[in-house]
Design a protein around this ligand. Structure first.
Ligand SMILES: *[C@@H]1O[C@H](CO)[C@@H](O)[C@H](O)[C@H]1NC(C)=O
Ligand SMILES: *[C@@H]1O[C@H](CO)[C@@H](O)[C@H](O)[C@H]1NC(C)=O
Length: 188
């Protein structure tokens, strides 16, 4: 009991510290804050069923059906989707999202996703790798587990939000929040 109270106090303190250290400007693209270099930008991911994304293994028939927002529990899905500058599919291609997701909720709405996002933006080039849970109809944060080239050693998170789920091509907004730890700056 005492230790869970201690944990609670610790979490609250950590939360307060986190709020204090949050950058005040969310619109700036590139800033050094408390000596942490960071980069923030958004791209759009377009996924066309049976063209850039495929069901490789069928899930359990007894659970949810295949719709624009659900796939049966256990479905293994693989994708290689274009990332563009705006939500218009014809806008400039600036990256590729390669990955896989496995439907992990019985209602068919959520999955565990693993992806490599290769981008060329704002003078930076390289990939970030993400892993986490995705909700097909809500915004989801995916922790960045690392990167390559200009993104070597980075941390942060990528938020994926549905923009357009109608039709055979679905579009997601992908917000990148990339942070370089101090040792990554020193080594570059
Ligand atoms: C995609 O391909 C599968 C297997 O051929 C088919 O069952 C499914 O209806 C297709 N989906 C769409 C939206 O074309
Ligand atoms: C998307 O971009 C294309 C080419 O730039 C343009 O012709 C089209 O009208 C745009 N579509 C929308 C919905 O803005």
């Amino acid at each position: 009991m005492a230790s869970s109270l201690q944990n609670y106090v610790f979490v609250v303190l950590l939360f307060l510290v986190t709020i204090q250290f949050k950058p005040t400007s969310s619109s700036s693209h590139h800033h050094h804050h408390n000596h942490l270099k960071s980069l923030h930008f958004s791209l759009y991911q377009h996924e066309t069923i049976n063209k850039t994304g495929y069901i490789i293994v069928n899930g359990i028939k007894e659970s949810a059906g295949v719709t624009e927002t659900t796939t049966p529990f256990g479905t293994l899905f693989v994708f290689q989707d274009p990332l563009t500058l705006t939500s218009n599919r014809s806008s400039k291609l600036v990256g590729i999202a390669e990955g896989t997701s496995i439907t992990s909720s019985l209602d068919g709405l959520q999955s565990i996703s693993i992806a490599k996002l290769t981008v060329r933006v704002k003078g930076y080039k390289g990939s970030v790798s993400i892993v986490g849970g995705t909700n097909n109809i809500k915004a989801s944060d995916h922790p960045i587990v690392g990167g390559t080239e200009d993104f070597l050693f980075v941390q942060g998170y990528v938020t994926s939000s549905p923009v357009d789920l109608k039709g055979i091509t679905v579009t997601y907004k992908i917000e990148f929040h990339i942070y370089w730890p101090p040792y990554a700056i020193q080594s570059s």
